[in-house]
Design a protein around this ligand. Structure first.
Ligand code: ADE
Length: 433
């Protein structure tokens, strides 16, 4: 979805308990959720505690997340804590319809998501997820937060706070706070160490390469792979592309990040130079118009282009369409654009988040960390007894470290503890050379 103003509410708001592709898909979703949950031990231990202590009893939560097996595990954790949850998709392409069916049929979740939904349906689903008038919202990209600050403010009247999953969403929230419009507190889960250092880097790295492979079945070894943006996600993609034997080129606008990329051993070039060299291109910047008309015009015949940033604005696809004489879907998740001179450029997953559009998103093992942090953040927002102050808040350090400890415990890994003398030393200044 593009981060533009949402369409105004339609008069035919459905009040149904769910809107999903088909309830008959539930058995397949059930099995896949079970498989994912086996790789999410930190979340499992939080779920056990939630089931005992019920810290979310009475909470109504509206979540706008990618509807995946891993999100299902998070939803079950919130429900175990006593919450009533409604869930809609945070991207029109990322919904796993079998998971949506299992959550609706087996768990009785208010489920509003269908893979491939159009923009109007996407926003109708967001409104339906809000119709139980949540106390807490859980967002991934800030579309839900934007909605309760624009056309659906009445549905957001009971909100005491929320959580935000992704870099782009946190940037939007900071924009809202800077404009003085953010009415409640939001925890920037993305900024927790146990989130972005792992999910953004290893999760995006693996799932993006997975998507390129599923959509193209092409060999990466020996090819030139251009990564646009060297944030945590970009460095994950670059590392994994290099691990597959690709020759990686990084493009950046930030001098420090560009220098880091150089020292990691990557070639750094402006996009204008990289465009003519790359076999594969992946944008991961969070910004718009990263690959533009002049770049498409310079690409080699056969170039493969995708976006792993949150919104589908990083590739200027209208410009590519204008340069093209024809376009057609050649394989699942792969559209071929033919330029006037016969060169063919291939776009994966319509330029939307490729790792969720052409693959299954991050593996459960890494989402365990992100969603353990989400569960603790939701508890922090609801169970502290008073609303968060309006603004963007960090996940408290103690909760961030709790997530890391739960994961280490599950892995059976022990670490050292500071001695009392070491603790004193770290706070002292008298002893030096
Ligand atoms: N974002 C990236 N990967 C995801 C997944 N597997 N589930 C939910 N959100 C995600």
């Amino acid at each position: 979805m593009t981060p533009t103003t949402p369409p105004s509410p339609s008069s035919s708001l459905s009040t149904g308990a769910h809107d999903i592709r088909s309830a008959e898909l539930a058995p397949g979703g059930r099995d896949r959720i079970e498989w994912a949950m086996r790789a999410m031990p930190a979340l499992a231990s939080i779920r056990e505690r939630f089931a005992r202590d019920r810290p979310l009893a009475g909470a109504r939560i509206s979540a706008c997340m990618h509807v995946t097996t891993e999100t299902a595990a998070l939803v079950r954790t919130l429900v175990a804590g006593g919450a009533e949850v409604r869930l809609c998709a945070s991207n029109p392409l990322s919904t796993q319809d079998d998971v949506a069916a299992a959550l609706a049929v087996d768990d009785g979740i208010g489920m509003f998501a269908i893979a491939g939904e159009d923009r109007d349906t996407y926003y109708r689903h967001l409104r339906q997820a809000l119709e139980h008038r949540p106390h807490v919202i859980m967002d991934d990209g800030a579309d839900l937060t934007t909605l309760v600050h624009t056309t659906e403010s009445a549905l957001g009247a009971a909100i005491v706070g929320g959580t935000e999953e992704t870099t782009t969403g946190v940037a939007r929230l900071r924009g809202m706070a800077a404009d003085g419009v953010l009415r409640f507190g939001m925890i920037a889960v993305n900024d927790a160490d146990t989130k972005h250092l792992f999910d953004n880097r290893y999760g995006t790295g693996q799932s993006t390469i997975d998507a390129f492979m599923r959509a193209t079945n092409r060999l990466l070894a020996g090819r030139v792979f251009v990564v646009c943006g060297f944030g945590w996600c970009g460095r994950g993609v670059a590392a994994r592309a290099a691990g597959m034997g690709a020759r990686v080129i990084v493009t950046e606008i930030d001098p420090t990040r560009a220098l880091e990329a150089v020292m990691e051993g990557y070639q750094v070039l402006p996009m204008a130079s990289a465009a003519a060299i790359g076999d594969f291109f992946c944008t991961v910047t969070g910004n718009r118009d990263v690959i533009r008309r002049e770049h498409f015009a310079a690409m080699k015949d056969g170039a493969i282009v995708a976006n792993a940033g949150h919104f589908d604005v990083e590739l200027d696809l209208p410009a590519l369409a204008e340069l093209s004489v024809s376009r057609r879907e050649l394989r699942r998740s792969l559209e071929q654009f033919t330029l006037v001179d016969g060169r063919r450029i291939h776009v994966l997953a319509e330029g939307r988040l490729v790792n969720l559009g052409a693959a299954e998103g991050h593996p459960a093992d890494v989402m365990d960390l992100s969603f353990a942090a989400q569960a603790l953040a939701a508890e922090h927002v609801f169970a502290r007894g008073e609303p968060l102050a309006p603004g963007v808040h960090a996940l408290p350090k103690a909760l961030d470290q709790q997530v890391a400890r739960l994961e280490l415990d599950a892995m059976g890994i022990e670490i050292d503890a500071l001695t009392p003398a070491q603790t004193r030393y770290l706070c002292s200044w008298r002893s030096g050379t």
